[in-house]
Design a protein around this ligand. Structure first.
Ligand SMILES: Nc1ncnc2c1ncn2[C@@H]1O[C@H](COP(=O)(O)OP(=O)(O)OP(=O)(O)O)[C@@H](O)[C@H]1O
Ligand SMILES: [Mg+2]
Length: 282
């Protein structure tokens, strides 16, 4: 109960931290809240991400980490870091606002579906951004449909709240707060089955392949948005249900680590995807 009112979104129209006018509440994740605001000092419209009051120190640590990582990144499809604000108990990460909707909203709220080639194009764009991120030494670890924004045909990768350096072991308070298990346990999950929590744990292993794995699931989510199950038909695996061209199925199974070989980089994966798309078009 207390948690609910503590985390109640800021009211539209108020001036926050004496500087940011709240224009729109955009979303509430597990640890943060995002708002579109006007920075009254610069007149610029920005994105303000605030730590969730009830999450106390964990929420604050995550936001601060996200800020430090975002500050190091400079890429046309990653929101640009602007500044980090601290006023008493309140902290906020200010970044470039991308006008557009996230893929989850497009699919769930707007009923948008994506063709095979459209979905592959989105995967291809994300591979370019991931290649940049991995070369900069980071793993995103949360490549999912709510964390991808579409602005006309531009595809942005957002939410670096769970990102870390390649191979990094998070500091203890974060590991226990986020309930992160040992990599070996995550591998065992994959072998044991594919519950969503097992999928998430696999996505959190701090290696670039985790982002390709997330991308494989993201692609399947997009294809399932347009899938109508046959009545009376029991549940089958995605390979059978989606009945994609064989080369695409193999490509996705490689992203998911279910077929060999994997890729040494997102760039090589993107290169193969481009060739695959050319073959599909001809
Ligand atoms: N730079 C941005 N421009 C436009 N919209 C954004 C931006 N960043 C976030 N959003 C919107 O706000 C939503 C929530 O932001 P984000 O994904 O960063 O945090 P979160 O998922 O709420 O928090 P957590 O760190 O707990 O996962 C996004 O799904 C997106 O719709
Ligand atoms: Mg998010």
């Amino acid at each position: 109960m207390i948690r609910q009112w503590q985390d109640y979104p800021l009211r539209t129209g108020i001036l926050w931290m004496g500087r940011y006018r709240i224009n729109r509440f955009l979303g509430m994740g597990s640890y943060g809240q995002a708002y579109a605001c006007t920075d009254m000092e610069t007149g610029r419209t920005v994105l303000l991400k605030r730590n969730m009051p009830s999450k106390k120190e964990l929420g604050r640590l995550l936001l601060e980490r996200e800020s430090r990582i975002l500050q190091e990144l400079r890429h046309p499809r990653i929101p640009q870091w602007i500044r980090y604000e601290r006023r008493g108990r309140h902290e906020a990460l200010i970044m470039e606002l991308v006008e557009g909707d996230n893929l989850e909203h497009k699919m769930m709220a707007q009923g948008r579906t994506f063709s095979l080639l459209e979905s592959l194009r989105i995967v291809k764009e994300l591979l370019q951004t991931l290649d940049y991120l991995h070369q900069a030494g980071f793993v995103h670890r949360d490549v999912r449909i709510p964390n991808v924004l579409m602005q006309e045909d531009r595809i942005y990768l957002i939410d670096y709240g769970l990102s870390c350096r390649i191979g990094e072991r998070l500091p203890e308070p974060l590991r226990s707060g986020l309930k992160e298990t040992e990599p070996a346990a995550a591998e065992a999950d994959v072998l044991a089955g594919s519950s969503w929590s097992a999928v998430k744990r696999r996505m959190r292993v701090p290696v670039p392949a985790s982002d390709l794995y997330g991308l494989g699931h993201l692609f399947l989510f997009m294809m399932y948005a347009g899938y109508v199950p046959d009545e009376g038909q029991g549940e089958r695996g995605w390979e059978e249900e989606l009945a994609l061209p064989q080369a695409v199925t193999h490509f996705v199974r490689r992203l998911l680590g279910q077929d060999e070989p994997g890729w040494h980089s997102a760039a090589l994966c993107g290169q193969e995807l481009r060739e695959l798309m050319n073959r599909l078009r001809s």
